[in-house]
Design a protein around this ligand. Structure first.
Ligand SMILES: [Zn+2]
Length: 274
């Protein structure tokens, strides 16, 4: 990976798309000022990372926004790979409280065994800030089924990358991403579908008009979003918001310092488009 790059291992966002792997899942790899982060390791993270030639062993932190399958299910496998089953106790896990502890209904996703694989497990609520190498990481508030969930902002001296995670739209949630140069938006639904706990295209437009980042990437697509073709949607959103907008695809790599999207040299397994 280059010093500054964001790689979308997968872009699937609902149980049909992820279940059939119509779009891959597995999360996002961020390489920011030389530090590698694994964000939301969903199903297939390790396999996709291998295909994309990413060494999980180079990761400094694994971040899990909330305790849903799509975002968290491979966290144990990633920590095991990162530390070689704890032989090399390196890296930190940054996650919502529920991922590490569970709650009165759910067991934790993180196993006790995996806790011992990393240097530290950092459980964060919205509004926290930590520094890892040259990167400041802020947690943001979300409005989702998993009330303990968070979004993230990655800040370096050169740029600020926001990741909404799964959330609904409110002005308060939007305002957290002010001053983000690049905004990654989990946009599950097209404009005509309003699903609880998630953003649709209308919400994404509201968010972009309010925040005006330099560049935005839509991802985390549900089946209805794929049916209307995220690429065309991104074009319309761009026209309406006057913000550069791209629809993520599996294997998309973007440079957060220059916003230039480009194709990966490696070819991920092709997927049938619906
Ligand atoms: Zn979720």
């Amino acid at each position: 990976m280059l010093d500054n790059s964001i790689l979308f291992l997968g872009t699937g966002g609902d149980s049909i798309v992820v279940g059939k792997q119509i779009r891959a899942s597995g999360g996002i790899i961020l390489e920011l000022e030389g530090s590698q982060f694994v964000l939301d390791p969903g199903p297939g993270c390790l396999a996709r990372a291998r295909q994309a030639d990413v060494s999980i062993r180079d990761t400094v932190a694994v971040l899990v926004s909330h305790a849903h399958t799509n975002h968290a299910t491979e966290v144990n496998a990633v920590l095991e790979a990162l530390s070689v089953s704890g032989l090399d106790r390196i890296g930190v896990l940054v996650c919502s409280k529920k991922v590490a502890q569970g709650d009165d209904k759910e067991l934790p996703i993180l196993t006790n065994r995996s806790k011992g694989f990393v240097e530290k497990v950092i459980e964060l609520e919205p509004g926290a800030k930590i520094g890892i190498n040259n990167v400041n990481i802020y947690t943001t508030k979300t409005q989702h089924f998993d009330s303990e969930g968070v979004g993230f902002i990655f800040e370096t001296p050169r740029y600020r990358v926001g990741y909404t995670s799964d959330t609904e739209y409110t002005d308060e949630i939007a305002d957290q991403y002010k001053h983000c140069s690049l905004l990654i938006i989990n946009c599950k639904y097209p404009a005509d579908i309003k699903g609880t706990g998630h953003l649709n295209v209308t919400d994404a437009i509201k968010l972009l008009k309010r925040i005006k980042p330099k560049y935005a990437i839509l991802t985390h697509f549900g089946i209805k979003m794929l049916e209307v073709n995220p690429m065309y949607v991104a074009r319309d959103v761009q026209r309406e918001c006057q913000v550069e907008v791209a629809a993520a695809y599996d294997g998309l790599m973007v440079n957060p310092a220059s916003f230039s999207p480009r194709m990966r040299q490696v070819t991920l397994e092709p997927f049938k488009q619906v």
